[in-house]
Design a protein. Sequence first.
Length: 254
Amino acid sequence: MLAAERHALIAEMVRSAHIVSTDTLVRQLAVSGETIRRDLVALEERGVLTRVHGGAASTEPQISQEPPVEQRQRLGAENKNRIGRAAASLVRDGQIIMIDVGTTATAVARALPPGLSATVLTNSLVVASELADRPGLDVLVSGGRVRAGDLALSNATAAGFFAETYPDLAFLGSGGLHPEAGLTDYHLEEIAVRRTVLANAHRSYALVSSEKFDRIAGHHVCPLDQLTGVVVDTEPAGSLRDALADAAVEVIIA
């Protein structure tokens, strides 16, 4: 990856998350800590960010916006694949599972074991297309209005579909996971779908890569204690770790 491309990705990550650790940048961009430190110095000199202890912070007020899907597909792909494999390992033959929208949710779909016999419910046309040719899977798509990029389905049609289903396992995407705000996301029209799934699923797991720790996206989905667990690429620390423990949320580290 060229330095200019790396700088653009770092700038977008800092702008989106407001503050990003050096360790997160090293993992996401697959470069050394020394390379990241040089990048941060260069970006600070250009006024793009401010270096802080252990990472970098945005010079702008925090604005919670979701990065474009093309960028999310590139960033942290291996970490998302690890989360996908860990989540898929929870699935058993004969179960009804719900797979949400997003790049990490798609990684769950791709990681489902060969030969699995199960019913998959989804509001993602990407997930549906990934699984449509799997002979052991019965794939049911919610219907609804299509959002460009992630090809997510939402509105009353989608929520009504999930109101009539009772999955054994639900794998939910996330915009942020915060000790006080809980699970949050960017798209208001998709919140009703997630809340309906949470109400009906026997077990619900949020899929959360580490750059979303302590982040608050624009819209509240649920408090932490409504989740069975979270599947993460790195162990949460500090107040988030404590809040998950207090809420008896299972933490699965991929």
